[in-house]
Design a protein around this ligand. Sequence first.
Ligand code: S6P
Ligand code: ZN
Length: 190
Amino acid sequence: MILKGPYSAKLDKTGMLPYGAKVERRLTDLLEYFSDKDAVNKMLSGGENPIIYVVYEIGREMEGELNVGCTIIYPGKIGDEYYFTMGHFHVKETTSEVYFGISGEGMILMQDRKGNVFVEEIKPETIVYIPPGLAHRSVNTGKTELVFLAIYPSGSGHDYETVRKKGFAKLIVEKNGKPVIIDNPNYKGN
Ligand code: S6P
Ligand code: ZN
């Protein structure tokens, strides 16, 4: 029923039901992404491997269709850096994406292939539009779960490798209890 034809799904701060696939990302899946390697190692050696985020997805196959995904990023930090998603470019560079905030608060970090960065806030009743060609990472800067809906073309594809190798040019970290955007000293550039 979800694979073909119309459907409806329930969406709230606990996720989306029904869904076609669930992806769970733990700290061990994001080892290379967080900057503070000492903080990562300390958590893991203390036996902690927290879930950083989950995604509930309803994917479609045909050209012209839309995929829908609900992401829940848990509140937390690794060192000073807030929990975030891996982040990716779409393989098909002409595809865009719309996010809609459901619960919690955070920021969407976007970056073009030259390293120019754009940031938009995400929170309930807010839409964030991600134009073609920008990598995107979502960051939970709040004290509760950040939940949002994503809608994007079915043939977008996900390029995780570029972000994994180069990182984002900016980091979103907590300073004096508030989120601040700083330069990433380890950004690999072009
Ligand atoms: C898909 C869309 C989102 C992300 C999700 C997890 O194009 O941008 O559904 O997949 O927020 O992020 P990531 O970077 O692990 O796919
Ligand atoms: Zn995307």
